[in-house]
Design a protein around this ligand. Structure first.
Ligand SMILES: Cc1cc2nc3c(=O)[nH]c(=O)nc-3n(C[C@H](O)[C@H](O)[C@H](O)COP(=O)(O)OP(=O)(O)OC[C@H]3O[C@@H](n4cnc5c(N)ncnc54)[C@H](O)[C@@H]3O)c2cc1C
Length: 460
């Protein structure tokens, strides 16, 4: 990067807020080191940084907690990381209106802690909440188990302040739930992976913290039995806030992990010591919230409803299990070789998990699977058991998995894989005509292609 640009960046945000050289190691993605990392402290400074980068034609990588930074196609050239960590305030909280305006660099955990202290919460529970920032979560459209009842960011975002590639400050939506006329601009930025603008602030709908909340776990001998129980649950009067289906590998890690961290949980999965779940089978974990008597009744009703499908050992799980559920497949292994996310019809979840595991097994690879079963969002971790880790078999399995999802009308996205694998596998699905429309939107908002160029769908 030209020294002149570095100097201007230092002048804009202060020398202490510009990192270079060895300080950049936390920001290396897919083996590529950025040229510098800059941490603006205000909306105006974000606009200045983007303006300077655009002038010099240097790509900008917006950076929240970095937990999803390697999602996507590897970047073609080194860039400037624009970190949001200094923009991490709760700007405004209107308890009476159930809304909050929050700077994009605030972590989800920090936000929830403040809100819960005031009896409210943001009904979004993605993985890695201690590190994941609001801006990153909106940009990655990340969510967790409670999306079953409460939906995703699209259901919660009512206003957004974004700096676009030409350094313009754009405000979309507002602070009231029913907004002004015009296209729903805030939603355009959800799931756009930082390719259309840098989110600096967002206004969100909140909910009161429920009086009671519980997780119930049930064991099944086979995934398809658990799937039948899920169908019965969804057709019933019960109102779960989470319906999580885990294969035996993910279940083992979940139960062992929670037991390890939370003494006493060992007792809670009745009938089986937590360290020895069945080598096959499935765990169905269902959440309920509301008034204590309603929650109690629903937990009992769930066990009754699951019994004819082979559900057994119904027992409460400690609340520490919630954050682990959000990354249950990934957490099953110390290091996963690859992670793939699928969106399929809820009725196809168990079959995808079973067939997907079979495809990997046939090539000598291990897997762990977890799903938000009620909404059809499935996550798979793939591990190459034997060294050396040849990219070929991993790439072949990922390719077959994508075909399986597509054959059922669903989608697959490669969330994480080593570069050698990424170069052999498509990261995103082909979008056809929709991809061409997205390319035109990108061209309008970022004509020089400086925001996360090339990482997202359709080469955006
Ligand atoms: C292997 C793996 C698998 C995961 N699987 C899932 C999953 O299946 N489902 C799920 O919901 N979550 C998943 N997550 C977690 C989820 O991706 C993160 O919780 C969250 O989205 C990232 O927040 P962050 O602040 O770390 O964002 P970052 O990683 O910093 O950024 C994410 C993306 O958003 C952009 N960005 C960041 N901040 C801004 C901003 N202010 N404005 C504009 N663009 C911005 C970045 O450039 C990047 O493209 C997974 C994470 C990992 C590592």
């Amino acid at each position: 990067m030209q020294d002149a640009l570095l100097e201007r960046l230092r002048t804009a945000v202060g020398s202490a807020n510009v990192l270079t050289g060895v300080e950049l190691s936390p920001y290396v993605v897919d083996g590529r080191t950025p040229e510098a990392a800059v941490f603006p402290g205000s909306l105006e400074e974000v606009a200045m940084v983007i303006g300077l980068a655009a002038e010099s034609d240097v790509p900008v990588v917006p950076w929240g907690g970095g937990t999803a930074a390697s999602v996507g196609t590897p970047a073609a050239r080194a860039a400037l990381v624009l970190g949001l960590r200094r923009l991490a305030r709760l700007v405004e909280h209107e308890p009476g209106d159930l809304t909050a305006t929050v700077e994009a660099g605030m972590t989800i955990a920090a936000l929830q802690a403040v809100l819960r202290g005031r009896g409210q919460w943001l009904s979004l529970d993605p993985a890695d909440a201690e590190r994941a920032t609001l801006g990153g979560v909106l940009s990655a459209d990340a969510s967790g188990p409670r999306r079953h009842l409460y939906g995703t960011a699209r259901d919660l975002l009512i206003g957004v302040t974004v700096v676009t590639a030409d350094a313009a400050v754009v405000k979309g939506g507002g602070k009231v739930v029913k907004n002004v006329a015009g296209y729903d601009l805030p939603k355009l930025f959800i799931g756009s992976y930082g390719t259309l603008g840098v989110i600096v602030e967002a206004t969100l709908k909140l909910r009161p913290v429920p009086e009671d909340e519980r997780l119930v776990a049930l064991r099944f001998a086979r995934l398809k039995d658990a799937a039948a129980a899920v169908r019965a649950l969804l057709a019933s009067d019960l109102i779960p806030n989470a319906v999580e289906l885990l294969d035996a590998t993910a279940a083992t890690a979940l139960v062992a992990g929670v037991a390890g961290d939370a003494p006493g949980l060992g007792k809670t999965l009745a009938g089986a010591p937590p360290a020895t779940p069945p080598p096959t089978g499935a765990l169905l974990v269902v959440g309920f919230d509301g008034l204590p008597e309603q929650v109690e009744w629903q937990c009992a009703e769930l066990a009754r409803l699951a019994a004819p499908h082979g559900g057994r050992d119904a027992a409460p799980l400690a609340s520490e299990a919630w954050p682990r559920l959000a990354a249950a497949a990934r957490a099953a292994f110390p290091v996963a070789t690859a992670m793939m996310a699928f969106d399929v019809l809820p009725t196809q979840v168990a079959e995808l998990m079973e067939q997907g595991a079979g495809v990997a097994r046939a090539r000598g690879l291990q897997t762990a699977w977890a799903a938000h079963a009620g909404v059809g969002a499935v996550s798979a971790a793939l591990v190459a058991a034997a060294e050396p880790r040849e990219p070929g078999p991993v790439a072949a399995v990922l390719g077959e998995w994508r075909e399986m999802a597509r054959a059922g009308g669903g989608h697959a996205a490669l969330e994480w894989a080593p570069l050698a694998v990424k170069s052999q596998v498509q990261v995103w699905d082909d979008l056809g005509a929709a991809g061409r429309i997205m390319q035109r939107i990108k061209a309008q908002l970022d004509p020089k292609g400086i925001l996360n160029p090339g990482r997202f769908v359709a080469g955006i």
